[in-house]
Design a protein around this ligand. Structure first.
Ligand code: 7TS
Length: 413
């Protein structure tokens, strides 16, 4: 168990001052925002980047010769280089901008998988996937005749690696798996599972939506072929996402969508596509959003990331310890390797009722299935309460959560 003391090397007060929304008053109470797995709040630096872009640089990118377009293009492409460095991609052309993690996964499903899979082929996912790493593969299975296989999870919320080894075979053409579970908080042994999958010739995709905001991610060290994540869960704007893809695979893949900017030349007879990554970025993208994402990456990398993670882990450990003491609480997801997410149920009280009580106290959590219905079914619960922490959360906020939970317990049981 991580040290329960508030970190001495991480200045939370200084971090909090960067996030204006943390001063909001909700139902007469100071906002306690513990719904970070859903979306994180945005620092002033990101808000300033968005404002500056629209006030000074707003123009379309890649196509006009005027100065504003040049500035907008430079800012947009600058973010690509920042993201490349953040995840240690070998080339910036391996960084494709999308609408979000969901869009990134659908791109791989409809471009790579739809083209390459056939009846008899298998796609291997895990029981703890977010719906956005389940449904796109079900669609592709319907389109290609491939079969979906699922790695089960243990009672503790860890992947059953023995079952994984049995399910993995020469028929496995794709492993698509979650790095950090949004419903359980489990950190999965992705590098080992990627290596095992490569040994049978499978392509690998990692859903890193909950990993990039917390963990250092190095796509070359992981060895994955694709890595997908969202900007809005890492302090950046909504409507921004990233698909990292290995160049050789991206080169061989057909476009996902057709339109402007993704072409080299168009006649009615034939269209030649643009080079990477533009082949996959049809139409005017969320330029402002990606300018903001660049500021978010700068913000993240300006932090002492080890200290930030230590702070988040200490908060999770503290929250786990305190919530566990509430009579009738059952924690869902007790993997040995966890980060940021605490899911639980309280005997006799529906999670939505808890959410309502917490909201009245100014505390924002998510209650429900967390877009991971198979996980709820696995544990025989209709829903959970989920508190998820970020760099700006404090022990005092966890105390407020525990007090309000106690109040809910007394009221409903
Ligand atoms: N993958 C994981 C692991 C996620 O947690 C989410 C969103 C997605 C994919 C989809 O991301 P999007 O930005 O494309 O929507 N997860 C959550 C959540 O936990 N609560 O709300 C959304």
């Amino acid at each position: 168990m991580t040290n329960l003391a508030e970190s001495t090397t991480f200045d939370v007060a200084k971090i909090r001052a960067d996030f204006p929304i943390l001063n909001e008053v909700v139902h007469g109470k100071p906002l306690v925002y513990l719904d970070n797995a859903n979306t994180t709040q945005k620092p002033q630096q990101v808000l300033d980047a968005l404002d500056h872009y629209y006030r000074h640089d707003n123009a379309n990118i890649h196509r006009a010769t005027h100065l504003l377009s040049e500035r907008a293009t430079r800012a947009y492409e600058g973010t690509r280089t920042k993201v490349q460095r953040l995840i240690n991609a070998a080339h910036s052309r391996e960084v494709v901008f999308t609408r979000g993690c969901t869009d990134s996964i659908n791109l791989v499903a409809q471009s790579w998988a739809r083209t390459n899979l056939k009846p008899g082929d298998e796609i291997l996912i895990t029981w703890m996937e977010h719906h956005s790493n389940i449904v796109p593969w079900q669609l592709v299975c319907q389109q290609t005749g491939a079969t979906l296989k699922v790695v089960p999870i243990t009672d503790a919320g860890e992947l059953d690696l023995d079952a994984f080894r049995v399910l993995l075979s020469e028929r496995t053409k794709l492993l698509a798996m979650i790095h950090v579970s949004n419903s359980l908080g489990t950190i999965n042994p992705v590098a080992d599972m990627i290596a095992a999958s490569q040994a049978v010739g499978a392509v690998t995709l990692v859903d890193g939506a909950q990993a990039v905001p917390h963990l250092p991610v190095d796509v070359q060290a992981l060895g994955c072929d694709f890595y997908a994540f969202s900007g809005h869960k890492m302090y950046g704007p909504t409507g921004t996402g990233v698909l990292y893809g290995r160049q050789a695979l991206l080169e061989a893949m057909p476009p996902y969508q057709g339109g402007g900017d993704m072409i080299a030349s168009v006649t009615f007879e034939k269209t030649d596509y643009n080079v990477l990554p533009y082949k996959f970025e049809a139409g005017t993208p969320n330029i402002a959003g990606f300018v903001g994402l660049g500021a978010a990456v700068d913000y993240l990398t300006s932090l002492d990331r080890d200290a930030a993670l230590e702070h988040e882990d200490a908060l999770l450990a503290y929250a786990t310890e305190r919530v566990r003491t509430i009579p009738g609480v059952r924690i869902i997801g007790e993997a040995r390797q966890k980060t940021s997410v605490l899911s639980f149920v309280l005997d006799g009280v529906h999670p939505h009722d808890i959410g309502t009580i917490l909201d009245a106290e100014g505390i924002a959590v998510r209650t429900g299935q967390h877009c991971a219905q198979p996980v709820m079914d696995r544990y025989g619960v209709p829903a959970t309460v989920r508190a998820s922490v970020a760099i700006y959360n404090t022990r005092a906020e966890i105390d407020a959560l525990v007090d309000a939970l106690d109040e809910a317990r007394i009221l409903f049981t």
